[in-house]
Design a protein around this ligand. Sequence first.
Ligand SMILES: *[C@@H]1O[C@H](CO)[C@@H](O)[C@H](O)[C@H]1NC(C)=O
Ligand SMILES: *[C@@H]1O[C@H](CO)[C@@H](O)[C@H](O)[C@H]1NC(C)=O
Ligand SMILES: *[C@@H]1O[C@H](CO)[C@@H](O)[C@H](O)[C@H]1NC(C)=O
Length: 152
Amino acid sequence: MNKLILCFALIGFCTAANFICTPEMKQNKNCTREYNPVCGVKMDPNKSSKYSSIKSTYSNKCTACSEEDVEFYAEGSCEEYPKIAAFCHPDAHLSKGCTKEYFPTCGLFDDSVICQQGLCSSNYSNKCVACINQEVSYILPGYCHLHEQYQP
Ligand SMILES: *[C@@H]1O[C@H](CO)[C@@H](O)[C@H](O)[C@H]1NC(C)=O
Ligand SMILES: *[C@@H]1O[C@H](CO)[C@@H](O)[C@H](O)[C@H]1NC(C)=O
Ligand SMILES: *[C@@H]1O[C@H](CO)[C@@H](O)[C@H](O)[C@H]1NC(C)=O
C-alpha cells in the first residue's frame, strides 16, 4: 500500500497486477481481520460488457474473495485508483482476439513496466486490445494525455 502511494507521488498512477480469486479463496469462510486493503471486483450483472464492474474495498484479499461474486482484486483500496478506472480481468490476456472497433482507451501498466515520467500508460484502440496485454492493470476511457486530471 505504501508502495502504491509512493508511485502516485513519483510517477503518477502505477499499480500492481490484478489477482484472480482462486476456488480455495472463494470457499474460505475464515478470514483474519488483518488490514491490508484490496479493491475487489464483481462483474456488473446488468451490463453485458465484461469491462463493466462493481468495485469495493475490502480489508484484505481473503475477505474480498470470500464475498459472493467477487472475481478478482487489485492491491490497495479502490480509492487509490481513479474513480472511472476499469480493472482488466486477470484472464483477459487469454482472449482469442479483439474486434477492430476504435474506442480510444488508455491502459495503465502494472509495476512490471518501468516508466521514467508521466503516466505509466499507453494508448490502445479499444478495451479488449488494452486488457489483452498482461501488463495493463486498468483502463480509462479516451486517450492517455487527457488523464492527468483524474485523481484517485
Ligand atoms: C479459523 O482459523 C483459526 C485460526 O487459524 C482456527 O483456529 C479455526 O479452527 C478456523 N476455523 C474454521 C471454521 O476453519
Ligand atoms: C440490476 O438491476 C436490477 C433491476 O433494475 C436492480 O434491482 C439491481 O440492483 C441491479 N444490480 C446492480 C448490481 O446494479
Ligand atoms: C496518447 O495519444 C494522445 C493523442 O494522440 C497523445 O497526445 C498522447 O501522448 C498519447 N499517450 C501515450 C502514453 O502514448
